[in-house]
Design a protein around this ligand. Structure first.
Ligand code: NAP
Ligand code: ZN
Length: 350
């Protein structure tokens, strides 16, 4: 199937239209016409090769919502017309203990990324959701609950699940004191989800001017990370911190915010942690962890949770041809709080 997408051809080149093939349906594949795709900071990191290993040309996008247009004979869960979604992975070995547990993101043989990955069967590069259509085996397709509209559902597929998973893993519930560092795409979803779980939420941001937004999102407090006095006064006040900062940063000022046995979970930056002192860890027996997205069944659970509780992202719709400008703004943390591409605009953008 011939389709078109927006691709980066090198770390320096802006995204531009590219025609390419989606594979013919095999096994239990589902063909999806993409209606909306969220813009994740990981798309930008990958397009610019910030983490190394990007396979060019790359068509980013892993917050995909659309409609089923066709299914292979082996498909049991979906039919043409269904509203469905695809997140950050499109395959895994499906045989190891982690895949058996529904933790495909931790597959022993490595999950297949939605973009900049390699198809396990035919070895072709995977391409993401800044495109007209995608073909995915049904185990990696989830259902969008009726209560969620397509544009608002899209960011849940990465920003939503990436913070939902650690909130569940660390048993956030009524009264848990949760901190969220960085009020961006992931951060604002962490606030909304933690609040919906009953947590007391503190946002830790560089920006004092995000205070009104933080409170409107349901957070109880905004701490300005550069305000030494306020940071010192908040010592030992949190059980769990979700750190969404996308670049290398000093963790030493944040760790004392944790109470004894508290955990800071890195979901943002990938790479070296800088000069980390063991002292704040030792003093409060505190822990640092990190967490990649979440499994497929948990992604469905999160979507259903958001549908039931009315938890949806704050979005700004953009046209496909506005993507390069959106990247510039994302880099400056100038988005409140997630760009979503209206994929109906792709046709006029090529
Ligand atoms: P985003 O919308 O750009 O939000 C990041 C926020 O971090 C910003 O709004 C800003 O908040 C803060 N920030 C930005 N630059 C900073 C700096 N230099 N120092 C301190 N704080 C800074 O990005 P996102 O889409 O939420 O993604 C965040 C990170 O998560 C990215 O690195 C992305 O690749 C990663 N990610 C990881 C996973 C995973 O599976 N673990 C999944 C998706 C994304 P304030 O203005 O409030 O300070
Ligand atoms: Zn993402």
């Amino acid at each position: 199937m011939q389709t078109v997408g927006y691709a980066a051809r090198s770390p320096e080149s802006p995204l531009a239209p590219m025609a390419f093939e989606r594979r013919a349906l095999r096994g239990n594949d589902v063909a999806i016409e993409i209606t909306h795709c969220g813009v994740c900071h990981s798309d930008l990191h990958t397009a610019r090769n910030d983490w190394g290993g990007t396979r060019y040309p790359v068509i980013p996008g892993h917050e995909i919502v659309g409609r089923v247009t066709a299914v292979a004979p082996g498909v049991t869960r979906y039919k043409a017309g269904d509203r469905v979604a695809v997140g950050c992975m499109v395959d895994s070995c499906m045989e190891c203990d982690q895949c058996d547990k529904g933790e495909e993101q931790l597959c022993r043989h490595g999950m297949t990324g939605t973009y900049s990955g390699v198809d396990r069967v035919d070895g072709t590069p995977t391409h993401g959701g800044y495109s007209g259509a995608i073909v995915v085996r049904e185990e990696f397709v989830v259902k969008v609950p009726d209560a969620l509209d397509a544009a608002h559902a899209a960011p849940l597929l990465c920003a939503g699940i990436t913070v939902y998973s650690p909130l569940r893993k660390w048993n956030v519930g009524e009264g848990t004191r949760v901190g969220v560092i960085g009020l961006g795409g992931l951060g604002h979803m962490a606030v909304k989800l933690a609040v919906a779980m009953g947590a007391h939420v503190t946002v830790v941001s560089r920006a004092k001017d995000k205070e009104a937004d933080a409170l409107a999102l349901g957070a109880h407090v905004l701490l300005v990370s550069g305000d030494r006095e306020a940071m010192a006064a908040a010592r030992d006040s949190l059980d769990l911190i979700i750190d969404t900062v996308p670049v290398e940063h000093d963790l030493n000022p944040y760790l004392p915010l944790l109470d004894v046995d508290g955990t800071l979970v890195l979901v943002g930056q990938i790479g070296p942690l800088g000069k980390l002192s063991s002292l704040p860890l030792l003093r409060g027996r505190r822990r640092i962890s990190a967490s990649p997205i979440g499994g497929i069944s948990q992604t469905q659970e999160m979507l259903d949770f958001c549908g039931e509780k009315g938890v949806v992202p704050e979005i700004e719709m953009i046209r496909m041809d506005e993507i390069n400008h959106a990247y510039d703004r994302l880099e400056k943390a100038d988005v409140r709080y997630r760009f979503v591409i209206d994929m109906a605009t792709l046709e006029n953008a090529v």
